[in-house]
Design a protein around this ligand. Sequence first.
Ligand SMILES: Nc1ncnc2c1ncn2[C@@H]1O[C@H](COP(=O)(O)OP(=O)(O)OP(=O)(O)O)[C@@H](O)[C@H]1O
Ligand SMILES: [Mg+2]
Length: 497
Amino acid sequence: MGENMDGIQRWAGNISYAPCPPEEFCGRHEERNLLRTLLPRAEEHGQAVMISGPPGIGKSSLLNWLAYDLQDRPGGSRSLVIRAEIFEPPRMIFSAFRKLLYDLQVHVVSGWFRDPFGIEYVKEATRYANDLLEKYAALVEPVGLLPKTGEEIIGVFAQTPEVGYDRVREGFWELLQALGRQMVDSGRIAVILLDDAHFASRPDRRLLQDIIHDLPPGVLLVFTCRDGGGYEMTDDRVVPVVHLSGMQSHEIQEMGRRRFDLSPDDATATLLEETAGDPFSLVACFNTLRNRGLEPSSGNIRDLLTGGRDPAEIAFAALPGFWQAWAEALSVLIPPFPLPVMACILGIREADMTLMIEHLQGSSVFRRLPGGGFAFAHSLLQEYCRQNLSADESVALNAGAADCIERSMHLLPMRLHALLSLACHHFNARDYEKAADLNLELGLRYYNREDYDAALMLTRQAIISAEQIGDSALLAAAERQRDLIQQKMADPAGTAR
Ligand SMILES: Nc1ncnc2c1ncn2[C@@H]1O[C@H](COP(=O)(O)OP(=O)(O)OP(=O)(O)O)[C@@H](O)[C@H]1O
Ligand SMILES: [Mg+2]
């Protein structure tokens, strides 16, 4: 497939499905004003806000706009903004919080803070909090794992000292206090942005909630969450909600003009508002019209939407074949996708890596992540590609992914992410011999770190694998583990005992 990249075309017509760049952000004036009115509150007593709405409605884009408005806009407040996103499960515990700390360290180094005493204080508190997060999450890493998974990935790891959740919370609390004091002294605010909180593991969720309830003056925390993402019970006096719904016809017209050079008339914009008003669907529709050189007329929109097509299907159909192939091939990966693994799957030689990165960055399907890896521009596209694979294709792609990860293991910075990916790829490739122990072992470690959702998912994979290979001892162990996890999920505090 990727022998060479000659077939690749820059599709001038396709606008990316990634969150909107702030300079192209359209409409949403009410929501923007609402966010701006919360700033004085953040100065006074610390403030949290939730941006909610269905998939593809523009939550991440609004978060991008806010980051720009507060940090980069000429004449803006020059606030300190740190930002992270949480990925779909199974993911690493606290990795988003560690990314936030990383951003903070970058600000410290870049001389954002003026007061030398304050700098030292924030620096020290950041280092300490990071150390605690790292140690907490490190215990998930299997020690001396599994001869069955291949020589290179075994390795021996030093035991890390036990760090309980309470210490993590305290470390974070101290850091935020130090940061808040700095902000109040300099008359500015620190803004923490956390995208996709609905994906958060139980420990991440707990930390987020603890932080929300103890925000110091000078700190604004904004997080996004899909509807039904588990934060509905949050008290809206403590955490106001900016809820996004479909775009209105005038916003749709603005988007057509600014992002696609298309000017739908009033009737067409109203039709779009009623049928495909979420921004993801709009991007898919406008991309299709522009690629095919069609007018943005009501008739063309009706043709496009007949049969109630899934917006991700429309988006996928509008991609050139080359990108469709890459999207399908990479859809089985768990984000963030490491570069060496992507290159291996796509059959790209080391000498062509830079070119591959350039192409991926220029595409509308993938986006580069701050750590250097990639993800799908939008998770709806990845989900669509995954669901569309036949059973045989899925087995083959997962087997290929597992093979590529094993081969690139020495190049991968996030070992745990690699092991987690391997556990899933072996399982999905029906390589149950390799999947069984790895899933069981990782499941146990996630259980110990109280991420019960990931623990249950991995343990279930271990159970099926043990059944498939007919290993009754392993099956019994896996079932015991599942029961323990389910007990904890039903009664996390252990009060029933
Ligand atoms: N206000 C806007 N103006 C222009 N384009 C937008 C706007 N909001 C969103 N978009 C576009 O719509 C698509 C979906 O937006 P976004 O990724 O922000 O949605 P989301 O709510 O974060 O989705 P998810 O729930 O999957 O995280 C993106 O391609 C983005 O560029
Ligand atoms: Mg988003």
